[in-house]
Ligand binder design. Structure first.
Ligand code: PMP
Length: 357
């Protein structure tokens, strides 16, 4: 019997490839460096807050996430009406495209970039316009501007860019936003914001205050180490934020996730010390790779990018043999998260041996 047919675009949605868990080998600790996760587990206070919330899991969560909105508004110095809390920042991509694009409307973004972008855009029946990153893995902002047409509703700037690593500067972003038509939404996906260490770094909050069409995407998954809880948020001026909230999945942020996010904001200083340690590790790994002769784009997130082309699968296999799992993008390269020191050391050993092979 024939099955009911979904909308044609549903058949074209690319598959999200999640980072694999490492192959377990007897006597060898394995490290998962494939999903840009934070290697530190949640702080005890965060676990306690989440555990208390488990006791009321027979109830729906506060659908308005009121306490979390208030905590974020206080922390960021923005009105709660400019915020949208969501089931991970990945949900915000769907919400934004759903709220702003009719079928056939265009969304411009760099490529390669975060793999959820084409999935969300295709799901909505909108059209992806992918603008290749430069040889250094940077956004080609001039080419992205040139790609804007009268059908463009959204342009996305992923900074630092997943998976290549570089971030745009505030001056580059200012020049870009000034040239984007006012009716087009400019997303600044700042998932890795806290890891940025560079001159002229983007000040997302100042940028959103200055521009009614700017939306910041942020997440508790990376710097705050809560990937499993699924909480992200957007910052945008009132009317845009209201549109994002209007298309939210009702009850999408669990009580446990709300409690963990609030407790993490309270423990922010300690969490940011961990981020600093990871940034130091990243600098160590990057310097060692350059020293070996690897060409690695400037890493501003919690990961490094190896542009390996056809050798990508071989590199991933060699890493797996050594007990680390990386994230290969077939025929393009491999992204490797900065993790525990031991895992990072293993990466350096693999990378050195691979160059000699
Ligand atoms: N944006 C970027 C650039 C990312 O790399 C990720 C996660 N890999 C996300 C958004 C989504 O993160 P989450 O849904 O966990 O908040």
């Amino acid at each position: 019997m024939a099955h009911p047919q979904p909308r044609p675009n549903v058949l074209q949605i690319p598959t999200y490839v999640p980072g694999k868990p490492p192959t377990v080998r007897p006597g060898m600790t394995a490290y998962k460096l494939s999903s840009n996760e934070n290697p530190y587990p949640p702080l005890p206070g965060v676990v306690e807050a989440a555990t208390r919330a488990v006791a009321v899991m027979n109830r729906y969560p506060d659908m308005g996430s009121t306490a979390l909105y208030d905590a974020l508004a206080a922390r960021l110095g923005v009105p709660a009406t400019d915020l949208t809390v969501a089931t991970g920042s990945v949900a915000l991509i769907y919400q934004l495209v759903g709220a702003f694009c009719d079928p056939g409307d265009e969304v411009v973004y760099a490529w390669r970039s975060f793999e959820a972008y084409p999935i969300a855009v295709t799901t909505a029946g909108a059209t992806s316009v992918q603008v290749p990153v430069t040889a250094e893995g940077r956004h080609d902002l001039a080419a992205m501007l040139a790609a804007i047409t009268e059908r463009t509703k959204i342009v996305m700037v992923c900074t630092p860019n997943n998976p290549t690593g570089p971030a745009v500067t505030q001056s580059e972003l200012d020049g870009f936003i000034a040239a984007v038509p006012d009716h087009v939404v400019v997303v600044v996906d700042e998932a890795y914001l806290e890891f940025v260490r560079m001159d002229d770094a983007v000040d997302g909050l100042a940028t959103y205050r200055a521009h009614p069409n700017v939306v910041l995407f942020r997440t508790f998954s990376k710097a705050y180490g809560l990937a499993g809880f699924r909480v992200g948020y957007a910052v945008a001026q009132g009317p845009v934020a209201a549109a994002l909230r209007a298309v939210s999945l009702p009850f999408g942020v669990s009580a446990v996730a709300q409690a963990a996010a609030i407790a993490s904001l309270e423990a922010e200083d300690e969490l940011l010390e961990r981020v600093e340690a990871l940034a130091v590790e990243r600098a160590r790994v990057h310097a060692a790779l350059l020293e070996m002769g690897w060409v690695i784009p400037e890493p501003q997130g919690n990961f490094v990018w190896f542009a390996l082309g056809e050798r990508t699968a071989d590199f991933a296999a060699a890493a797996d043999e050594a007990g680390i799992v990386v994230r290969p993008f077939a025929g393009e390269g491999a992204r490797v998260s900065i993790g525990e020191t031991e895992g990072n050391d293993r990466l350096l050993t693999v990378a050195k041996a691979f160059l000699a092979s």
